[in-house]
Every structure is written in structure tokens, then in C-alpha cells.
Design a protein around this ligand. Structure first.
Ligand SMILES: [Zn+2]
Length: 238
């Protein structure tokens, strides 16, 4: 198909390129191209700022991405400075289970010897600790590109103990996940909210078969629909 119209199309394209574009048009075109190249170079530089020695983005100690969390800094050995979402798009939330206590998870994430940590740890009673800023890359998924594109949430407990996953924990984690999804425009579904077990190349099994995905996703959707309301919310200053 299409052989019939070829000759005609060729003819009209030829006449346009010879007479249709003025000298002024060409000059404007050249200027636009130069500006575009400069902007592209600047963007590339901004995206790579963390690779440059002596360049460091200013940040305030103790600053939170999630207002309901308590800030407890992880060891700098367990994450990498970045400028997400400017340098890496964030399109995944990765759900973990600590295989231990909240206290134990916080302690190992503070240890430079551990070599891994998640952005958040959710306690059995729903308390949330933020240990790494969302703009930084936490070493939690065991997969470089998944670390770069995701926010990791740890949950206190063991994969083989369904009783560890309390209603308070589900509700609190769901509010947190909804806030993360809202910030970066991440769809609330099982393609974008995944278990550590689903990260390519991982040998981890968390959150395990007892993590109630249907219940969790429903709670995330509810929280996403009314992000400003929730039980136990602090009263905002007027
Ligand atoms: Zn995990």
C-alpha cells in the first residue's frame, strides 16, 4: 500500500523545502537549536551534580518527607546521595518485613557495617521512623536500578508470623505509601507497590505469603482519597 501516492508526496515535499522556508526562519531555527542544546547540557549537569566532587545539595538535618514520621538518621554507608526525582524517577514502593524487631532494624540501619537500609521503618503499633530522605537512594532492594527508582518501607515482624502484621501497622503504612504515591504520581496498584520478593534478582522472600495485599492496597487507596484525614493526626498549626 502507498505506492500510488509516492510520486505526488515527493513533488510537494521538494517544492516546500526549496521555497517554503525563509532565511529569517532558518536563523530563528538555529537560535532555538543553540538554546535547546545549552538547556540540555545544564539539565545533564544538574542530574549529575552528585557525581561531581565538592558539589553537595544543601539539606537540613532532621528534615522529613513524611510529617508523621520520627527522624532517625541511618548510617551514610547505607544509602547514596541523590536528587530524586530530578535525577531518577521514583515509580515504585517496595514493601519489606524486617525479620526482627523495630528496634533491631533501626539499630542495623544506623550501623555502617550493615550496608543496607530502607527509607522508612513501621513499628507494630504504627509508629513510623524515617531514616533516609526520599531524594536519596537507599540500599534496600538489592538491585541498583530498583534502589534508584523506589522508596523502601520496612515493617517490624517475621514473614511466617501473620499476627505481627497488626491493623495499626497496615493503616499507618498505607497512609505513608499513599503519601509517597501522591508525591511522585505513582499509581496505587500491584505493579507499582511491590514486595521485595518481586524485585528482579533478589533472593529475599519478604513480605511473605501472610502479607495481605488486598487489604493493604484497599487501605492505600482509601488514604490516597483523603490524604489530610486520619485517626491520630496531629492538629495542624493555624
Ligand atoms: Zn526486604
Amino acid at each position: 500500500m502507498g505506492t500510488k501516492g509516492t510520486a505526488g508526496a515527493k513533488g510537494s515535499a521538494g517544492s516546500k523545502s526549496e521555497h517554503g522556508i525563509s532565511r529569517r526562519g532558518l536563523l530563528i531555527g538555529a537560535a532555538v537549536t543553540a538554546v535547546g542544546t545549552a538547556a540540555l547540557a545544564r539539565t545533564k549537569l544538574e542530574h549529575a551534580w552528585w557525581r561531581l566532587p565538592g558539589v553537595d545539595k544543601p539539606r537540613k538535618p532532621g528534615e522529613l518527607d513524611y510529617a508523621r514520621a520520627e527522624w532517625i538518621a541511618a548510617s551514610t554507608a547505607n544509602w547514596r546521595r541523590a536528587d530524586r526525582p530530578a535525577d531518577y524517577d521514583i515509580d515504585r514502593v517496595v514493601i519489606h518485613v524486617t525479620q526482627g524487631s523495630y528496634r533491631g532494624a533501626v539499630k542495623v540501619f544506623q550501623s555502617p557495617a550493615h550496608g543496607a537500609a530502607a527509607h522508612y521503618v513501621v513499628r507494630r503499633d504504627g509508629h513510623v521512623a524515617q531514616m533516609i530522605r526520599e531524594l536519596d537512594v537507599a540500599f534496600h532492594a538489592g538491585n541498583r536500578s530498583y534502589n534508584e527508582r523506589s522508596v523502601g518501607i520496612e515493617h517490624e515482624g517475621f514473614v511466617d508470623r501473620p499476627q505481627d502484621f497488626t491493623a495499626a501497622m497496615y493503616a499507618s503504612s498505607a497512609r505513608l505509601a499513599a503519601a509517597i504515591c501522591g508525591r511522585y504520581g505513582i499509581p496505587v496498584d500491584r505493579e507499582h507497590i511491590i514486595g521485595h520478593v518481586e524485585v528482579p534478582g533478589t533472593d529475599h522472600t519478604d513480605p511473605g505469603p501472610h502479607w495481605d495485599w488486598d487489604r493493604y492496597l484497599k487501605l492505600v487507596r482509601t488514604a490516597a482519597a483523603s490524604p489530610t484525614k486520619g485517626p491520630g493526626d496531629p492538629t495542624p498549626p493555624s
